[in-house]
Design a protein around this ligand. Structure first.
Ligand SMILES: [Zn+2]
Ligand SMILES: [Zn+2]
Length: 72
């Protein structure tokens, strides 16, 4: 898939391409396309979102509050 096309769709405000950023490695996650995890507590406070490899690395526990991450 082309990165340029994704950026173009996001610029047009297409909600099908909403992206979030992994709090640990800073990688962009397409929430409609990729697996990711959120902390149910920190998600509301500061959008604690983690990509699948990072979630695995931290054993599916939030590094901030130690809650179990939720598959999103
Ligand atoms: Zn990550
Ligand atoms: Zn948390």
């Amino acid at each position: 898939m082309s990165v340029g096309r994704i950026a173009g769709a996001a610029a047009m405000g297409n909600l099908g391409w909403v992206r979030v950023r992994c709090k640990l490695c800073g990688t962009w996650i397409l929430i409609t396309k990729e697996e990711y995890y959120v902390c149910p507590n920190c998600e509301k406070r500061f959008n604690a979102t983690f990509c699948a490899p990072c979630a695995k690395k931290i054993h599916y526990r939030c590094p901030y509050c130690r809650s179990e991450l939720k598959f999103a």
